[in-house]
Design a protein around this ligand. Structure first.
Ligand code: PMP
Length: 432
């Protein structure tokens, strides 16, 4: 494969070609949108957008049901996407790839189908301080339902799961260990291999939330040997409303369905009850998001070669951007990173001393720069760090150093304007 070409890559994303409405400074020019909210969702390349349109225009039909040509074509494309995902994460079988609405639903399936049926009062569920709410709240619900107890893995000062504390938290009482591969706020690659090994040593089931990892790392679920791995298409250049629950076949086989309906059955009878379908369909009740699945397949076609490229030039470019952005932000005196050191992927969280996060984000928005401010669905992490929120700049490989320079320029403008406002005499003649 050729070296990664950021500008050619960027050209494939129609939204990024859009020009923002003029900014408020009179000498500013129109500017293409600067999108730094990629941890929330990435933009979509034309191939992904086109594949949805193509489905609706050319072969829209339901899957697995009818004997007509349209349905056969739709089914073929739909199942081809499953095979693509299987290859992308190194699953043993397509039976281990379940379509869901996204990482959140995938976690809820494991929690309600498996954990709810196996947890006993006093059993322990281990999570980590920096989890996204999607990997906290379902466990709190099941803890309430079963009498199980939640234990928390602490973080190091740099924001990683502290692997020296695993023995203290993961014990014979632990039945489930669920943690993020990469936190959506801290951007650190957690030592999940060690967490999984410790969990296995005590016989606990492992669930890895890969929502932030899949766009940046090559994933091999068999090498990781986790029981479940979950992620969403929309954070890896794919559409919203579709995601994956990977689970080991032997475990999925033991789990009852999460929802009932069409598609997930073999036979239904008022007298003899229902026999469920085999994997993966047992967990896919109702008409699925067919267009979403097919477009997801396109996003795998788009991303997989970049991650598999032995020259690693896609990942190197992401690292260059991260380096550049992190060091440029570090030069601003008021920037305070929320944990020590540089993140592993382009998710950079900080506060600006003396300024409210929302004011900063709103100001950047007037310059056409999209960043996120708030608690980032990680309120326990915010409480742990003793902050009520932060700003997050999250990068993707279509971002450029020019955009980062522009971000820094606009942050400095914000700081200068805030300073001038402070100095402005009020009605009594004194500064504000
Ligand atoms: N886990 C992590 C680490 C995330 O970043 C997100 C999305 N922000 C989720 C889970 C939930 O993903 P979704 O909303 O697509 O279900």
């Amino acid at each position: 494969m050729k070296t990664f070409e950021p500008y050619l890559f960027r050209k494939q994303f129609p939204l990024l070609q859009n020009i923002c409405s003029p900014r408020h400074d009179k000498d500013d020019q129109h500017h293409a949108i600067v999108y730094f909210d990629n941890a929330a969702t990435t933009q979509k390349p034309l191939t992904v957008i086109d594949s949805q349109q193509d489905f609706y225009c050319q072969y829209n039909a339901n899957v697995h049901r009818a004997s007509h040509q349209l349905s056969s074509k739709a089914t073929l494309a739909f199942e081809n996407a499953r095979t693509l995902v299987q290859g992308f994460i190194g699953a043993r079988s397509i039976k281990e790839v379940i379509w869901t609405k996204g990482a959140t639903e995938s976690i809820n399936i494991v929690v309600q189908s498996l954990a709810r049926n196996t947890l006993m009062p006093g059993d322990e569920i281990v999570l980590c301080t920096s989890e996204h709410h999607a990997n906290i709240v379902p466990w709190q619900i099941v803890a309430e339902q079963t009498g199980a107890v939640i234990k928390i893995l602490p973080l190091t000062k740099q924001g990683y799961i502290d692997s020296t504390k695993l023995d203290n938290v993961i014990t014979d009482k632990t039945k489930f260990v669920a943690c993020a591969h990469i936190s959506n706020v801290l951007g650190r690659i957690n030592p999940i291999e060690k967490v999984i090994a410790k969990a296995k040593a005590v016989g606990a089931i492992t669930l890895i939330d890969g929502a932030q990892a899949v766009a940046h790392l090559s994933i091999d679920v068999q090498a990781l040997d986790c029981d479940f791995y979950v992620f969403s298409a929309h954070k890896m250049y794919g559409p919203t409303g579709i995601g994956v629950l990977y689970g080991k076949e032997e475990l999925l086989d033991t789990m009852p369905p999460y929802q009932g309906g069409g598609e997930m059955i073999k036979t239904v009878s008022f007298t003899q009850g229902t026999r469920f379908n085999s994997l993966p369909f047992k967990f896919e009740a109702g008409t699925p998001n067919i267009a979403g699945v097919i477009a997801f397949g396109e996003s795998i076609n788009f991303l997989a070669p970049l991650l598999a490229d032995i020259s690693k030039s896609y990942q190197e470019y992401e690292q260059q951007l991260l380096d550049y952005c992190y060091h440029a932000l570090a030069k601003i005196a008021q920037v305070k990173f929320i944990v020590e050191g540089k993140p592993d992927i382009g998710v950079i969280a900080f506060t600006l001393t003396g300024h409210h996060n929302h004011d900063v984000a709103t100001s950047l928005d007037t310059y056409g720069i999209a960043v996120r401010s708030g608690h980032h669905c990680a309120m326990p992490l915010m409480a742990h760090l003793n902050i009520d929120g932060c700003l997050r700049v999250s990068l993707a490989a279509y971002n450029t150093k020019v955009e980062i320079d522009y971000l820094i320029e606009c942050l400095n403008k914000f700081l200068l304007n805030a300073c001038l406002e402070q100095e402005q005499p009020d009605e009594n003649g004194s500064g504000k």
